[in-house]
Ligand binder design. Structure first.
Ligand code: DGI
Ligand code: FE
Ligand code: FE
Ligand code: FE
Length: 189
């Protein structure tokens, strides 16, 4: 069986109906963007299919896994444990499902916060997550078009949007979100 089918079945088994819909939306959109930008569409689809695999694990258990697997790197990780589901899913996929593609694993791990020095597939999943077809907010069409025109500029616009949205909601900005933003700006100067 093709890996992509295994991952799709896994997502369908683990996720609620609503989150599966989001997941399939991310997978389709990431695949389409990958095709358009000359990246590997199959890897994009695979990463999209599993990016939120740990999202419906209780926050307490996510924290427990993150501690056990040494995935905590910032005090903010424990203050906002809902940012841990990417790293938890990536660890799980690597160690329990034998997924061994480092690009897919990194894209899953970093889809919520990004990181400085993101690769193309990481940018693609970070951004496709925010702009998949089910997402609806005023700037989403602008972000979709930006991503289509230029993946790096579009990703910068997505991180910028996340920063604004967090500030408006008076939610704490994770250091990795800030560092990702600065890194993408520097890379584009
Ligand atoms: O899992 P999804 O809902 O599809 O989306 P996600 O993994 O991108 O985001 C999960 C949540 O994390 C979402 O509510 C936005 C939030 N988030 C992203 N960056 C930061 C953040 N929350 C805080 N506090 N700080 C951040 O820098
Ligand atoms: Fe997520
Ligand atoms: Fe996201
Ligand atoms: Fe998601």
């Amino acid at each position: 069986k093709l890996q992509v089918e295994v991952l799709r079945d896994l997502a369908a088994r683990v996720l609620s109906k609503e989150r599966l819909k989001h997941t399939l939306g991310v997978a389709d959109w990431a695949e389409r963007l990958a095709q358009h930008h000359g990246l590997d569409p199959l890897k994009a689809r695979c990463a999209g299919l599993v990016h939120d695999l740990a999202k419906e694990v209780s926050l307490n258990n996510q924290l427990r896994y993150a501690r056990r697997w040494n995935l905590l790197h910032y005090p903010e990780d424990e203050q906002s444990p809902y940012v841990l589901h990417g790293p938890v899913a990536a660890y799980w996929l690597e160690h329990h499902y034998g997924l061994d593609d480092p690009e897919i694993l990194a894209a899953v791990a970093n889809h919520t916060l990004g990181r400085p020095g993101m690769g193309k597939l990481e940018m693609l999943i970070y951004s496709a997550d925010l702009t998949e077809p089910e997402r609806d907010f005023p700037k989403v069409d602008f972000l979709r078009q930006s991503l289509y025109d230029d993946l790096e500029k579009g990703t910068l616009a997505c991180v910028e949007h996340t920063l604004i949205y967090l500030r408006e909601g008076k939610r704490p900005i994770h250091p990795l979100t800030q560092l990702t933003y600065e890194d993408l700006r520097r890379r584009q100067n």
